[in-house]
Design a protein around this ligand. Sequence first.
Ligand code: ZN
Length: 240
Amino acid sequence: MLKDKGFYFVPLGGSEQFGVNLNVYGCDGDLLAVDCGIGFADERFPGIDLLLPDPAHLEEARDRLAGMIITHAHEDHVGAVAHLWDRLECPLYATPFTAEILRLKLNEQGYKHVKVHEIMPGQAIDIGPFHVNFLAVAHSIPDAVALHIETPYGGIVHSGDWNLDPAPVAGPRTEAETFKEVGKKGVIAYIGDSTNADRPGRSGSESSVAKGLASVMKSKKRQGGYHHLFLQYRADCQHR
Ligand SMILES: [Zn+2]
């Protein structure tokens, strides 16, 4: 159990493993959870499809759990909430797209009326002793955010998944200015995790993937009706 005084980061899942994200911040005994996702089982787990993080420590301290923020709607960040909901039952916070996905997942598991607080990128809220700024970042899904979490002990940046795509197709770019402003307020630690972040070089922009897909779809024009749908989707993205 955490001490009553101080500011802690406790990764209950996801650090140094793929998926199963469940991060916890502690400030003077109050807790804030960030993301709660599934992992996909491999040959080490015969007969098992999904892995869930172990929330036992969080459940024990549930009366001090001020809330849970979901940074984006990928399964490895949102997918375990509904499966573990009866052990957590805390205030939930997410951007609108993520909140809608989360509601659908809770509904599927029979939790029909769970409130998910919608926070826009650029907004800040107080959750217990944590002052949390939602920062827009680019990722391969709409409405992804990084978090600047401020406490009386200082602030940390929790990036979630993000990239530096110069021309993302699912939302705004990650703006360096946003993080420069955060840096001026003071950051005592950066908690970041992004697949392949330790590989040198740059990855390509998702807009170039769209071009490649368009040419493949074009060549398949006579074989099915997907080409029209794809062009419509691409046009919608460009007009956002
Ligand atoms: Zn992701």
